[in-house]
Design a protein around this ligand. Structure first.
Ligand code: FES
Ligand code: FES
Length: 156
């Protein structure tokens, strides 16, 4: 099946089986290895990407459903000022340890702040609830997002 979509701002056309996981298309065909593959079952959020601005687990998202959408991975998001705000905030809060969950956490933060630029703690925790982190105990990630909220005033 021919599948056309916009990936990190460029038009992409692929020919693949529609039920193939989007994460495999992104990592194997498009070489976007910032998209991590953890559980492969929709449980850990490591494979998170934005599809039409919404956070999805790309391991359980069929490639066929990507047709006509706009997809942003961490590689595309890195080109934005908003990324730089989150990157600095995460560095300040110590939100990154092994880094495996980080691309998904950063995109979860972006999806949240796009919807709600002034989230409270509960909203932040809810927004990252689908993303597992084995290292930080989550508080440092919540703190990182809170710093991004302050530093990114007016940017989201
Ligand atoms: S790899 Fe997709 S949710 Fe875990
Ligand atoms: S920093 Fe290691 S899994 Fe989150």
């Amino acid at each position: 099946m021919k599948i056309d979509f916009v990936l990190n701002g460029r038009d992409v056309s692929i020919d693949t089986v529609p039920l193939r996981s989007l994460v495999d298309v992104l990592r194997e065909d498009q070489n976007l290895t910032g998209v991590k593959k953890g559980c492969g079952e929709g449980e850990c959020g490591a494979c998170s990407v934005l599809v039409n601005g919404k956070l999805i687990n790309s391991c359980i998202f069929p490639a066929g459903a990507a047709h006509g959408t706009e997809i942003v991975t961490i590689e595309g998001f890195r080109e934005t000022n908003r990324y730089r705000v989150i990157e600095d905030a995460f560095a300040e809060a110590g939100s990154v340890q092994c880094g495996f969950c980080t691309p998904g956490m950063v995109l979860a933060a972006e999806a949240l702040l796009r919807e709600e630029p002034r989230p409270d703690d509960a909203a932040i925790r809810e927004a990252i609830s689908g993303n597992l982190c084995r290292c930080t105990g989550y508080n440092m990630i919540v703190d990182g997002i809170k710093i991004a909220v302050k530093k990114g005033k007016g940017i989201w």
